[in-house]
Design a protein around this ligand. Structure first.
Ligand code: NAD
Length: 461
């Protein structure tokens, strides 16, 4: 009998297992594949390693802006891939060491729930007071004829293994995955076309910032077809109906399916255990509880927020809740970053969300260049910071940024949203000078002075 059995060693599962073990509970963690899950092996870490190489490449090309003549850079994709593998391997060893030091029993087998509080794997059954399902997600395959059959179609895992930079790439879906790969390949000279069924890119982003990102990617020669529905894939060809209702055809050396991800729910014994499954994934409350006592879930398999850092926090909230330590998830304060060049970072409500909820707000939008360091670091580039504060109290409701290294200081904005800070609180925080983060403080202070916009006055605090 153990206190906790965890299924899945991605960021949700392994962080929760290590945390619970450090609290003094007995924990067994099951993993059938590589430690670290999608994030470490085929997601966040490998893609960011590739994007770092793309950044080095474009930095060489733009070095003359800083008075340095670097000549024409030459890409060695083999070396880029080797570095990616090395980073992934180092971090994988780090996860193994963390689990060992924390006292987690790791079982490298596939596990399934076989009854209330019982888990089975090849080596036998274990009874557990609590079970945490952290089974993750896989790329979704929408029912587009030909998409699943064409050897030219890759998903976000397959594209990581390319050994040559393609001449052309058609990307289906302008979500975060599609845009990050568009940026990576465009920087190396691939002719990239993105086909998106909505009338805008990156639906999760604030629309004003998403438009700026689209402009930046266009400048890097990424072509976009919006309001375009893919009807069929035929070998290397993607057929779609464009915004005017015309049938169009695009050919790519490769086609990337970036139309979303779906939760891993099969083979876990969830249905037999009576766990309530929704369309997006396992239904849980704000503490990670399912409808079945003793069964909990966190991360992508719940379909709430498909972000590694959210999964990790969700897992810890679930552990605290199962062992009597009050805690809950606040999804509204989870930041997200799109690692394109330029980078995009956001936390809290978008302007569209505030408008649709009828919340009165004040808004400021400033160029990132209000921070001197931006001009130092980002010669010839542009950046934007946007803050949304509540109309009456000036509470920080949302921060949206594009440019510079905004992903590195969005955590400061996340603290403002999480702790419900107001403009006058932010005024008291000292930001280091010179850093680009000073633009964040500046835009929040400006928002406090702005005229009200949005819904009827007095609806926000
Ligand atoms: P997504 O849901 O963010 O975007 C998919 C896009 O594909 C949508 O814009 C959708 O309208 C479009 N689409 C769907 N079907 C289509 C069709 N038939 N034709 C044309 N367009 C179509 O999914 P994703 O980009 O695959 O990412 C999956 C998840 O992983 C997301 O939740 C994302 O936030 C997360 N993720 C996050 C990061 C990050 O935060 N840096 C990185 C990678 C993935």
């Amino acid at each position: 009998m153990v206190d906790l059995a965890v299924i899945g060693a991605g960021p949700g599962g392994y962080e929760a297992a290590a945390y619970a073990a450090r609290l003094g509970t007995s924990v067994v963690l099951y993993e059938k594949g590589a430690l670290g899950g999608v994030c470490l092996n085929v997601g966040c870490i490998p893609t960011k390693t590739l994007l770092r190489s793309a950044r080095a490449f474009s930095d060489c090309r733009e070095a003359s802006r800083y008075g340095v003549q670097a000549g024409d850079p030459v890409l060695d994709l083999g070396a880029v891939q080797a570095r990616k593998r090395e980073v992934v391997s180092t971090l994988g060893k780090g996860v193994a060491a963390l689990l060992k030091q924390s006292g987690v029993t790791l079982v490298r087998e596939e596990a399934r729930i076989v009854g209330r509080g019982r888990i089975e794997s090849a080596s036998g059954a274990v009874d557990a007071s609590h079970i945490l399902v952290a089974s993750g997600s896989v790329p979704a395959l929408p029912p587009i004829p030909g998409l699943g059959d064409s050897p030219a179609v890759l998903d976000s895992s397959g594209i990581l293994e390319l050994t040559a930079v393609p001449a052309s790439l058609v990307i289906i879906g302008a979500g975060v995955i599609g845009l990050e790969f568009a940026c990576f390949f465009a920087e190396f000279g691939t002719s990239v076309t993105v086909v998106e069924m909505l009338d805008r890119i990156a639906p999760v982003l604030d629309a004003e910032i998403a438009r700026k990102l689209q402009g930046e990617l266009r400048r890097r020669k990424v072509a976009f077809h919006l309001s375009a529905r893919v009807t069929r894939v035929d070998g290397h060809a993607v057929l779609f109906t464009d915004a005017e209702g015309r049938e169009q055809r695009l050919e790519g050396e490769w086609v990337l399916n970036a139309t979303g991800r779906k939760p891993v729910l099969e083979g876990l014994g969830l249905e037999a255990a009576g766990v309530d499954l929704g369309r997006a994934g396992i239904r849980v409350d704000e503490c990670g509880r399912t409808n079945v006592p003793g069964i909990w879930a966190c991360g992508d398999c719940t379909g709430r927020m498909l972000l590694a850092h959210s999964a990790a926090r969700e897992g810890i909230v679930a552990v605290n809740s199962m062992f009597g330590r009050p805690d809950r998830m606040r999804f509204g304060a989870v930041p997200s970053v799109v690692y394109t060049h330029p980078e995009v970072a956001q936390v809290g409500a978008t302007e569209e969300a505030l408008r649709s909820r009828g919340v009165g707000y004040r808004k400021a939008v400033l160029p990132m260049g209000v921070a001197g360091r931006f001009l130092v670091e980002e010669a010839g580039r542009s950046g934007t910071v946007k803050a949304l504060v509540s109309e009456r109290r000036g509470q920080v409701l949302g921060v949206h940024m594009i440019g510079g290294s905004c992903g590195e200081f969005i955590a400061a904005a996340a603290a403002m949203v999480e702790l419900e800070l107001c403009v006058e609180d932010v005024r008291q925080i000292v930001f280091p000078h010179p850093t680009i983060s000073e633009a964040l403080k500046e835009v929040v202070l400006h928002a406090g002075q702005a005229s009200p916009s949005g819904g009827p006055a007095g609806q926000a605090g």
